[in-house]
Design a protein around this ligand. Structure first.
Ligand code: ZN
Ligand code: ZN
Length: 360
């Protein structure tokens, strides 16, 4: 039984309103970030970061409220596919390229003796309201030593304060422009900021190297009430152990998939989001659908598609089990290139692809 509230014609149920209030408190608590100018960045326009002007328009606050007010009140039960992973083989075989899905947009990419985590979320809840459907596929304590963490943007399903603090101050964080200060304020001082198409190289204590490039994504950023697009967003291309891995973060379509595929030919793996796409009228500019992911995969010209950003948190209105089904239908003959991991599952690279330098 829900208690209903009315606000300017919108109807809110009790738990939803409690969640919104909690979210508002969190927004206020992190709302002090001012817009530090980045005049050298082509993405810095009109006092904030922006997507290219010919990319789709983003929803307004009014449209956000309309979506929140019209969300379904209940959802069917759901349990994601999960496999046990105690991390032992990952700790022992850090040279052989592999990709492990830990859940949502958190993946462990290893190769050539380097271990990289993407958008690490190990907390049970994000934003205080979204609870995970399955525990992290590899527990934080069971991970191999992490050399670098890449952060796509500052939304709370991609940047989790407790998780990055738990990884510790020795990890090298690679972040989009504007986000390094947030890390330094929390004692995480090994941090590199990148603009779109910029590359940094990391070297592990054992001398193993990886190249990490920030690439464009059709998205946005906000963490507090006053920091709308004060920090950049993006995806990453990782080169390690002879393979090239594209991690998309959050993005709409068409973004820059063709350009990324042109600049980084021979991508071995495309880690593409396939969840959080309904309702399309609201989500379309910022989150690709499974059908968009199939088109993006084609645009990229990558060898393998590994879907992510689904089956972990309920952030939107599609049925939780729908994304992989729609992806399989949309891929057509490209389905041979699909590697659909369970949470906790590792794909191990077969063969030895040629290594090529990453810098565009
Ligand atoms: Zn986002
Ligand atoms: Zn997301």
């Amino acid at each position: 039984m829900y208690t209903k509230f009315s606000l300017s014609g919108y109807h809110f149920n009790g738990p939803l309103l409690a969640g919104l209030l909690l979210g508002l408190c969190t927004l206020i608590s992190e709302g002090g970030c001012s817009h530090v100018p980045y005049p050298d960045s082509p993405q810095w326009r009109n006092g904030r970061f922006e997507n290219p002007p010919d990319w789709p328009r983003f929803p307004t606050v009014r449209e956000f409220l309309r979506w929140i007010a019209t969300r379904p009140r209940s959802f069917p039960d759901f349990a994601p596919r999960v496999v046990e992973n105690d991390g032992q083989r990952l700790r022992e075989e850090r040279k052989r390229p592999s990709v492990t899905w830990i859940g949502h947009a958190t993946l462990l990419v290893q190769g050539g003796g380097v271990s990289v985590l993407t958008d690490p979320i190990f907390s049970q809840r994000i934003s205080g309201i979204y609870s995970r459907f399955a525990a992290p596929g590899v527990a934080l304590a069971k991970l191999p030593p992490i050399d670098a963490v890449v952060i796509s943007h500052n939304h709370r399903d991609h940047l989790d304060e407790a998780s990055v603090k738990a990884l510790g101050p020795r990890v090298h964080f690679v972040v989009p422009l504007g986000l390094a200060a947030w890390f330094r304020q929390r004692g995480l001082t090994v941090v590199t900021e990148l603009d779109w198409w910029q590359t940094t190289e990391i070297t592990t204590a054992a001398g193993h190297k990886a190249q990490i490039t920030l690439v464009p994504a059709q998205h946005w950023s906000r963490r507090g009430l006053t920091d709308d697009r004060a920090t950049l967003w993006g995806g990453y291309v990782l080169a390690l152990g002879g393979v090239r891995v594209y991690f998309a973060g959050d993005t709409g379509y068409p973004a820059a998939f063709k350009e990324i595929g042109r600049r980084f030919a021979n991508l071995d793996y495309a880690l593409l989001p396939i969840g959080a796409y309904e309702p399309r009228w609201f989500m379309c500019p910022q989150h690709i659908s499974p059908e968009d992911a199939a088109r993006a995969f084609h645009d990229l010209g990558a060898r393998h598609l590994i879907p992510m950003h689904y089956a972990t948190f309920r952030l939107s209105d599609e049925p939780m089990d729908e994304p992989p089904r729609l992806l399989q239908q949309a891929l057509g003959k490209d389905i041979d290139h699909l590697i659909e991991l369970a949470i906790g599952e590792t794909h191990w690279q077969v063969g030895t692809p040629p290594f090529s330098d990453l810098r565009p």
